[in-house]
Design a protein around this ligand. Structure first.
Ligand code: URA
Length: 211
């Protein structure tokens, strides 16, 4: 960003420009019924060059109001989880499986996720992260293409589409219901999992992140 006369000029990288074009499509999307009840689309936000991308389920009320992902109670906890290993939200990219809030925060159905997938797919293709962290069972099962139990697959690496990895973690909304941090508890497992994520970022940083 720089000042040109009185005008603030933001210089976008090529990836940021392409993401902005995808966002323009998302903002006017009517591919599924969720468009009829949304207040705002929630495209996602973060670093266009992120090594790690987090993919949640769907926007909730706060996200629908602000147009930003993970800004409610669950989002604040996600931010805390990131901070626990020295990561900032701006360093990663945060998105969702669907870009519009399902009424009453119900789980998005298969058709809605399929309709929205080209946008997520395009985001992943542009950002080209090494690791896609799926948050919770819905985004994990959808991206892995099979119904899975999050407690069985969290903390494990899955090969995805030649070269990328999917790393499932508990959804922060789930963690809001369990406060214990004892070994074996969901929160304890999440602190372990985010340390693995941090390790990947460090390894890729050492190797250099190609685009
Ligand atoms: N839950 C999600 O899955 N995504 C959000 O953006 C907020 C809450």
């Amino acid at each position: 960003m720089f000042l040109k006369g009185e005008t603030v000029v933001t210089v976008l990288s090529k990836k940021e420009r392409v993401l902005s074009e995808i966002r323009d499509h998302v903002e006017v999307c009517t591919r599924c019924q969720l468009s009829a009840t949304r207040n705002n689309t929630v495209f996602g936000e973060g670093n266009a060059d992120a090594v790690v991308m987090f993919v949640g389920e769907a926007p909730g009320e706060d996200e629908d109001t602000t147009g930003r992902p993970f800004v409610g109670r669950a989002g604040k906890l996600l931010t805390t989880v990131l901070h626990s290993v020295g990561l900032k939200r701006e360093e990663v990219f945060i998105a969702n499986t669907v870009k519009c809030r399902p009424p009453g925060n119900r789980i998005p159905n298969e058709e809605e996720m399929q309709c929205c997938f080209p946008y997520l797919e395009a985001q992943i293709a542009v950002i080209n992260p090494t690791l896609v962290v799926t948050l919770g069972g819905v985004s994990t099962s959808f991206l892995l293409g099979e119904k899975t139990s999050i407690s069985r697959v969290r903390g494990k690496m899955f090969e995805w589409r030649g070269g990328k990895k999917i790393f499932p973690m508990y959804h922060p909304s789930y963690l809001l219901r369990y406060h214990s941090q004892k070994p074996g508890s969901p929160r304890y497992q999440t602190w372990k999992d985010i340390q693995e994520v941090k390790k990947t970022i460090e390894l890729v940083g050492l190797a250099g992140h190609g685009s």
